[in-house]
Structures are given as structure tokens and as C-alpha cells.
Design a binder for this molecule. Structure first.
Ligand code: MF3
Ligand code: CO
Length: 251
């Protein structure tokens, strides 16, 4: 069953989303060569608490951290570690926060120091793919329209879209219906309805889209060791179009 949210519930999720967006904004200056994934975890944890929110990922199905910090070929669910991040690393910081019972979910990619030209292109294409997916999330469109918009754009740029991890409905709990694949056929799947709140979170790889699971049972990385990039917003379907609940300043 897909739960539709009232304007009041969406407003509460928008407030959670704005706190989350501010934390990503703070990370822009925080992330530089020499810091560690664990530094990011501790910093985010502190900011979440300062805003009177709680980290929803910590304890979720046994996950132990407030953030996922996935580096280079890690696609998602990387554990924040004590290894130093170096110039040229591509890191994805994913978090879900809970503000007074309302959730918001957003992952953002960061380059540690200046990115190479190839990495910059991957980041630009992935970010644009997210916004193409959001643009397709119009009332009356279907779920497949979102994935189709993302996949056709990404593949025309010579990159691939991860299949094993997808967007999702979000509400009182983190993962709800519907599933939102970042690939697929236009005109297929369920219709988008007013009051649906979903995440769109394309993971885009330089090489194969196929992933392999680390021994820790959580972290997925590319099979060929290629780079992986991800951007994610939580959005609400409204009659005025898709409303981004995790919108950052200057984005
Ligand atoms: N934020 C992730 C998502 O987009 C969820 C990570 S699962 C967790 O769905 F266990 F790390 F929380
Ligand atoms: Co998500």
C-alpha cells in the first residue's frame, strides 16, 4: 500500500529536509584532504543533535552509524572509517534524519580537493540525472517515466545506472512503497499521485552497473573497480509539480 501524505505531513518532512540540507551545506567546507570518514560521521552526528533531530540510519536493521560514507568504487552503504581521505577521492555522504517524527533522506557527492576532469564529468552527469528524474515526477506520470528519464540521459553520456539499489517511498518509516528504479520504460509502472513522497537517488558508474557486496554484508562496490557517484533528494508529488524537500542553498 502506498500512503499519501497530507499537506501538514509534507510540511513537517520539508522542515526535516531543510535541516538535512543545511548539514550537507556545512559539509561543503568541512570535506577536504586529510579528514576521515569518521570525522564526517562525528560532525554530522553533532549537527543532527544541535538541530534537535535524530539520526534515523543508526540502528536501522542493525546499521551502526548516522551516515554512510562511500568512497570511490563503493556504490553505497560504506561505513565511515578512520582512513584519511585524499585529494581526488570521490565520496558520497548519505543520511536520513528524523525531526519530530518526520523523515528526510538525502545523499550528496563530494570531491576531496579538486576533481579530475573525468570525475567532474561523472559528478555533473549524475547530478543532472537526479534533476531529470525529478522533472519527470509530475502528477499523472508513471514511476517508469522517472527511471526512463534518468537511464536514457546517463547512458547517452557513456555511463551506467546501478540496478540493485533504487529510490523508495518514505514516510513514518524509511523504506516504503513504491519502489523507484533509476532505469526503465516510459509509461510503465504505477501512477504518481498527489501526496506521494519518494526519494530519487541515482547511482551512476563509469564502467559496469554491476555491483558486488563486501564481506561486511552492507557495502556495495562496482564489480570492475570503476568510480560510482550518487545524488539523492526526497521529493513530494504535488499538483504544482515535484517539490524538493531536501533542497540546498545555492543548488
Ligand atoms: N539512506 C539510504 C537510502 O537511501 C538508506 C541507507 S540504509 C542504512 O535508502 F542502513 F544505512 F540506513
Ligand atoms: Co534513500
Amino acid at each position: 500500500m502506498i500512503t499519501l501524505k497530507s499537506p501538514r505531513e509534507i510540511e513537517a518532512m520539508d522542515e526535516a529536509g531543510s535541516v538535512l540540507a543545511q548539514i550537507h551545506e556545512a559539509l561543503r567546507d568541512f570535506i577536504k584532504p586529510g579528514i576521515t570518514g569518521m570525522d564526517i560521521e562525528n560532525y554530522v552526528d553533532k549537527l543532527i543533535k544541535q538541530h534537535g533531530a535524530t539520526p534515523e540510519q543508526k540502528g536501522y536493521q542493525g546499521y551502526e552509524y548516522s551516515t554512510c560514507v562511500s568512497v570511490n568504487d563503493e556504490i553505497c552503504h560504506g561505513f565511515p572509517r578512520k582512513d584519511v581521505l585524499n585529494q581526488g577521492d570521490l565520496i558520497k555522504v548519505d543520511m536520513v534524519i528524523n525531526l519530530n517524527g518526520a523523515l528526510a533522506d538525502s545523499c550528496w557527492s563530494y570531491s576531496v580537493g579538486e576533481p579530475s576532469a573525468d570525475m567532474k564529468k561523472l559528478m555533473e552527469v549524475t547530478r543532472e540525472a537526479l534533476y531529470k528524474g525529478i522533472e519527470a515526477a509530475q502528477l499523472g506520470n508513471r514511476i517508469g517515466d522517472i527511471g526512463h528519464a534518468i537511464q536514457t540521459f546517463v547512458e547517452a553520456e557513456g555511463f551506467s545506472v546501478v540496478r540493485e539499489f533504487i529510490g523508495h517511498g518514505i514516510g513514518p518509516t524509511l523504506h516504503e512503497k513504491p519502489s523507484v528504479p533509476h532505469y526503465g520504460e516510459a509509461g510503465k509502472g504505477g501512477r504518481l499521485k498527489e501526496g506521494m513522497v519518494i526519494t530519487i537517488e541515482p547511482m551512476v558508474n563509469t564502467g559496469t552497473w554491476k555491483s558486488q557486496m563486501d564481506a561486511n554484508g552492507w557495502t556495495a562496490r562496482t564489480q570492475d573497480g570503476g568510480l560510482s557517484c550518487q545524488y539523492e533528494h526526497t521529493i513530494a508529488i504535488t499538483k504544482d509539480g515535484p517539490q524538493i524537500l531536501t533542497q540546498q542553498q545555492g543548488e
